[in-house]
Design a binder for this molecule. Structure first.
Ligand code: TRP
Ligand code: ZN
Length: 316
């Protein structure tokens, strides 16, 4: 769903209106206002869900999971990579080993923008071995994929350089993202202006949690949710438990979104967000019932749109 949020486009319109008032004439000699920054597009939730359906089919065809070292992981990566390649991204697959098996990160760069200022958005693509991992973390993977495809579809040409990532072996201890960060040169690490992480953004009994990290990134997410009238809380269910942690340790500004895992929704949280008090945000966390049925579509939609808003705002 598309909802307008006050942003730079609005500010530019105000500038234009003021210019018109002060010059008193449209055809006056006033300097043209700066072009408005491209407004963040709506991320179609139906498209995000279509990617989840594909991840579910991949798991079902490969022993029920998409875990590191299993066929379902590589098939998930091949699915995402084919979409990105067809859309015009420059993709690379980074290999590492963990637990005696080869793991893979997928990195996709959108050509253009200032490569000394890179905005990254990422999510882990692996599941645990016990299930298909549709909320954890098909949800983040699908939304980041759809954001990247929307960049291509709209031919977005941001000031900064955009890079998207899908990490392997997060469930074995942030292995893929740590490998990526450890293998960056210090110059390339310093070029990353921000890393945005999306791990579990469609929890069936959702909360709306924003990482309390880099203030500018945090504010961008909070502004989006304020604009649609959805209350947020600071993420507290285990800071450092996802792929932003290696970036943060390396000094990169980080942020992200989360709709909750095994923690219990309080009565106060149910009052403001709906859902069921006294129940986990995700009762299927790390279990076999983390299927396409384990997704709250409203949460997935709102978080996908917040993701797009942040990517556009922070790179414009
Ligand atoms: N990363 C965890 C997993 O994949 C889930 C998780 C727990 C989480 N606490 C978090 C993700 C806080 C983001 C933020 O199992
Ligand atoms: Zn996860």
């Amino acid at each position: 769903m598309k909802l307008s949020v006050p942003g730079r486009a609005t500010a530019a319109a105000v500038v234009a209106a003021v210019t018109l008032l002060t010059t008193g004439s449209i055809a006056g000699a006033a300097p043209a206002p700066e072009p408005a920054a491209a407004a963040a597009p709506d991320l179609p939730v139906a498209s995000v869900k279509a990617h989840l359906t594909q991840f579910q089919s991949i798991a079902t065809a490969n022993g029920g999971n998409r875990a590191h070292g299993r066929a379902g992981y590589k098939a998930s990566l091949d699915y995402v990579k084919a979409k990105l390649d067809a859309a015009g991204f420059t993709t690379s697959v980074q290999q590492f080993t963990s637990g005696g098996a080869i793991g893979y990160n997928l990195i996709a760069d959108w050509p253009g923008g200032d490569t000394n200022q890179v905005i990254m958005a990422g999510s882990h693509l692996d599941s645990v071995t016990s299930g298909a991992g549709i909320n954890d973390n098909g949800s983040g993977s699908a939304a980041v994929l759809e954001a990247a495809l929307t960049v291509a579809r709209t031919n977005y040409q941001p000031t900064k350089h955009l890079r998207f990532a899908w990490w392997g072996a997060e469930e074995r201890g942030l292995v893929g993202s740590r490998y990526y960060v450890n293998n960056l040169s210090s110059a390339n690490r310093a070029r990353i202006s921000g890393y945005l992480n999306f791990d579990m953004i469609g929890s069936p009994n959702p909360g709306y949690f924003v990482y309390d990290d880099d203030p500018a990134i945090e504010k961008t997410f909070k502004d989006y949710f304020a604009g649609i009238g959805v209350a947020t809380e600071i993420e507290t269910e285990g800071d450092g438990r996802s792929d932003h942690a290696p970036f943060k340790s390396a000094g990169v500004p980080v942020g992200g979104l989360f709709t909750g895992a095994s923690n219990t929704k309080s009565a106060a949280q149910a009052a403001k967000w709906g859902g069921t008090a006294g129940q986990s945000f995700d009762r299927c966390y790390h279990s076999s019932c983390d299927t396409t049925s384990n997704i709250n579509e409203t949460a997935l939609d709102r978080n996908g749109d917040a993701l797009a808003y942040a990517v556009w705002e922070l790179s414009s």
